[in-house]
Design a protein around this ligand. Sequence first.
Ligand code: PLP
Length: 483
Amino acid sequence: MNTEEYIANAKGLVDYIANYYTTIENRKVKPDVQPGYLSKLLPKQAPTEGESFHEIFQDFEKFVMSGVTHWQSPHMHAYFPALSSYPSMLAEMLSDAINCLGFTWASSPACTELEMVVMDWLALATGMPDKYMYSSRGKGGGIISGTCCEATLTAMLAARKITIEDQKCCVGQKTLADADILSRLVAYTSDQAHSSVEKAAMISLVKIRMLPTDSDYVLRGGTVKNAILEDRNKGLIPFFVCITLGTTGCCAFDNLEEIGPVCAEEGLWLHVDAAYAGTAFLCPEYRRFLKGVQYTNSFAFNPSKNMLTNFDCTAFWIDDATALHKTFCAYPQMPLYLSHNHGDAAIDFMNWQIPLSRRFRSLKIWFVMRSYGTLGLQNHVRSQIRLAQYFENLVAAHRDYEIAAPRILGLVVFRLKGHNELTKTLLSKILLNGKIFMVPADLKGKFVLRFSVTSPQTTEATIFEDWELITALGAEVLDECHQ
Ligand code: PLP
């Protein structure tokens, strides 16, 4: 493809994308395909001769698009939002074109420095403590990771490293091998935490306890304290707590105000997973859930979920980056090809993470924050929450349905009154229909449907349309049950 062809094809693509966004409401959210559908339609090997963009694009529309789930649709209510926006897409186009790898400051200075600037902007805009900002000139700062799972694992590995070091410094422990200490380490999270926390413990080879939550699915300080004391009595070494602000099942907020001081008193690393809910902290009225944030050692949320910034993009802050250096800097003597002359004056993000190379992700945060402004982003969050309230009222007013957990942000969890099978059958009918998409959750044995307000194109009208479909299918379920 030469430059003229690139320009013509790119312009055509921009038109296609604009049309996709403006007509997305008319598409069924879930594709009507079965596993293996695509391999039956595509050749078994790549072409020997190059093909034209026109041919490739035709096949994209015919074969690939027919198997796509339309996450940006106003009828998408599954999972949590994973939003994009025009400013974000444009930034990503630039980032893809420049395609620089920012593993060290010298490998592309603007890549590292813009990341530091936007991470401070984000920290300030979401009410994070000063210790997470470069401008405080402390040991902390922020980095953009690929996902929240990666951030949890990174934090856990760093906590594991410094705990092992600390244990070796304890009187009488000097002769302990790393493996002896490792075998006694315990991490804690709640029974509502995302599966990635358990996975991080599995990878880190440490024990994990999924502590019970209260009747609102919230992890409380007393529960954490008792678990720590219990494990210490057994000779174990409690080292890490991961709490969730905005759980996946029902968007509950663990009690940071209670858990923070417990972790500080007991000397445990406290990590916050606020994957979805973090964006809501742009609005001061939701910062009540951040009480106690000064006690945290690391904090992560996904602008790639609800901040109109396309995947992948996780904001990850740490209060002392030396823990990351100790864990991820593999070079007592830096190889020459990675060295530069700027020493401590420059940050090398390769020492803050597992991989070496990294994308220029800060551009899209910069474009989005400048295009919308804090006010524009707050409006997005608030309007989404108003729409969720509207849906919640529709559910609460219907005699056959119940709200299954308190609604705080843009996620409503609900079910048909009665046994779980009714709601399970309703979900099967919704998925078979395909116009809207929802996923379920299990709240301590209660099978619930999650209705997540996602797209900025969602309106009261689209929600009402979806509610009419749900209740029509629900009426069929109840009819069939009474026959
Ligand atoms: N943590 C929570 C609370 C989530 O809800 C999710 C996904 O929805 C994740 C972590 C995983 O996020 P990621 O895909 O960025 O790893």
